[in-house]
Design a protein around this ligand. Structure first.
Ligand code: 5GP
Length: 113
């Protein structure tokens, strides 16, 4: 996998507004927020996109989901947030390091655009 801007954030080579970190993941505020709360949760393990995950990534994937819930609660929006994963350029993925978007703090339409 090629190096991405998110790898540089993990290595602290570029700054980010980090809200959570542990051995498996890092969470930081999106530089171009699409909602009042817009946080990215990324695995420290380099994986380009969700569809590349394998059975042995199950623990990491579950960890990201659980932490997304914790972080949303920590941000005061545990009862109302949207979790988005863009998988592939055709649906809007621009950074090819798996990430969950936590979006909250405004109204959301369904179906999503
Ligand atoms: P994607 O479009 O791949 O699902 O989402 C990538 C997200 O990363 C975008 O929402 C974009 O604003 C965010 N992003 C891109 N570069 C940076 C950066 O250098 N710092 C932060 N905090 N977010 C970034």
């Amino acid at each position: 996998m090629t190096d991405t801007i998110f790898s540089k954030i993990i290595r602290r080579e570029i700054p980010a507004d980090i809200v959570y970190e542990d051995d498996l993941c890092l969470a930081f505020r999106d530089v171009n927020p699409q909602a009042p709360i817009h946080i990215l949760v990324i695995p420290k393990q380099a994986i380009e996109k969700l569809a590349d995950a394998k059975t042995n990534d199950q623990e990491m994937l579950g960890h990201l989901m659980l932490k997304a819930g914790d972080i949303a609660r920590q941000e005061g929006v545990g009862d109302a947030f949207r979790l988005v994963v863009n998988n592939g350029a055709a649906v809007g993925q621009t950074v090819f390091h798996l990430h969950l978007h936590i979006l909250a703090g405004r109204d959301f339409n369904w179906p999503p655009g």
